[in-house]
Ligand binder design. Structure first.
Ligand code: ZN
Length: 67
């Protein structure tokens, strides 16, 4: 379990600034809604990370809708 960077509740998302890809912190949804500007941050669901890893290992490309 990841604790929210701001309020220490259970975090559901990794959040990083779009111009600083190395910095990634766990946030809960209520803090995201309250504080963050969604136009300047990139969010990844914490539970989605293992699925992405598997996609890379298998050589499959993730399909993004609208492309
Ligand atoms: Zn929080």
């Amino acid at each position: 379990m990841q604790a929210c960077f701001r309020c220490k509740n259970t975090a559901g998302f990794w959040v990083m600034a779009k111009d600083a890809h190395v910095v990634r912190r766990p946030w809960c949804l209520s803090c995201i809604a309250e504080v963050l500007d969604k136009d300047e941050t990139a969010m990844t669901r914490i539970e989605a990370v293992p699925r992405l890893k598997r996609a890379f290992a298998g050589g499959e490309r993730p399909v993004s809708p609208g492309s």
